[in-house]
Design a binder for this molecule. Structure first.
Ligand SMILES: [Zn+2]
Length: 237
């Protein structure tokens, strides 16, 4: 295994795509790739080769990826999804319903922002580019349990984007937080400037802090495996 890939729990691998961005691979049977793999986030549009190489170096077959769960539409998470959707394995792509219109190209990022500040609104209209349009993605409902790594429960955590989803793996004690929080320098909530509705972020973090887990894996910055729940809860004290 290379130093870009880290096993977080049984059947759960974190893949570092760049020094600030990661994706997660889950074994559907909780171990290897025999029963297929699930990918959580697909990185930027150009992340594909690195992602495929890292999955291989973890001893897994990237062609076994059957489902791609996207935490949200931002291009650094969903940009690589079309490459997987177009591959011969033809995986299914899943994303929060509120983020589906941006992923499909039916809505612009500016239209997707809700109560953000003027600066955030400007960023969403002019700086955030939508990922390559992808049709045929499925909505990922709150509370849905995806069959991988002992069960992946979908947790609606709006604020960073309207359809943002975190993924809780209670059997593995892992919380994949998406961008609800970031661990760049220190653990912090999704910054208001990068968020579509800052007013919802606190409530979303409260929801996550009430869950049971020992490893917290944000998509930006390293995972936290010591006092993870306490450190998450401290953000909203
Ligand atoms: Zn984001």
């Amino acid at each position: 295994m290379d130093n870009h890939t880290e096993q977080l729990a049984d059947g759960v691998w974190r893949i570092e795509l760049s020094f600030w961005l990661s994706a997660v691979v889950l074994a559907n049977d909780g171990r290897g790739d025999a029963e297929g793999l699930t990918l959580v986030d697909a990185g930027t549009q150009g992340a594909g080769p690195r992602l495929v190489r890292s999955v291989r170096m973890a001893g897994l077959d990237p062609r076994a990826i059957g489902d791609v769960l996207l935490t949200h539409w931002h291009t650094d998470h969903a940009g690589g999804a079309r490459r997987f959707a177009d591959s011969s394995a033809a995986p299914s792509v899943w994303i929060g319903a509120e983020d589906l219109p941006v992923l499909s190209g039916a809505q612009t990022p500016g239209e997707a922002a809700t109560d953000c500040s003027a600066v955030a609104g400007f960023l969403h209209r002019h700086v955030y580019r939508p990922p390559p349009p992808l049709s045929g993605a499925h909505p990922l409902p709150d509370g849905h349990v995806h069959a991988a790594a002992g069960g992946v429960r979908v947790v609606a955590t709006p604020g960073h984007t309207a359809g943002h989803r975190a993924l809780h793996l209670p059997e593995r004690g892992v919380l994949i937080a998406g961008d609800a929080v970031m661990n760049l320098g220190r653990l912090r909530p999704s910054p208001g400037l990068l968020s579509s509705a800052q007013s919802q972020i606190r409530e979303s973090i409260e929801r996550l802090a009430a869950l049971d887990f020992t490893v917290l894996s944000p998509m930006h910055g390293p995972p936290i495996d010591r006092r993870a729940r306490e450190r998450l809860a401290a953000l909203i004290e």
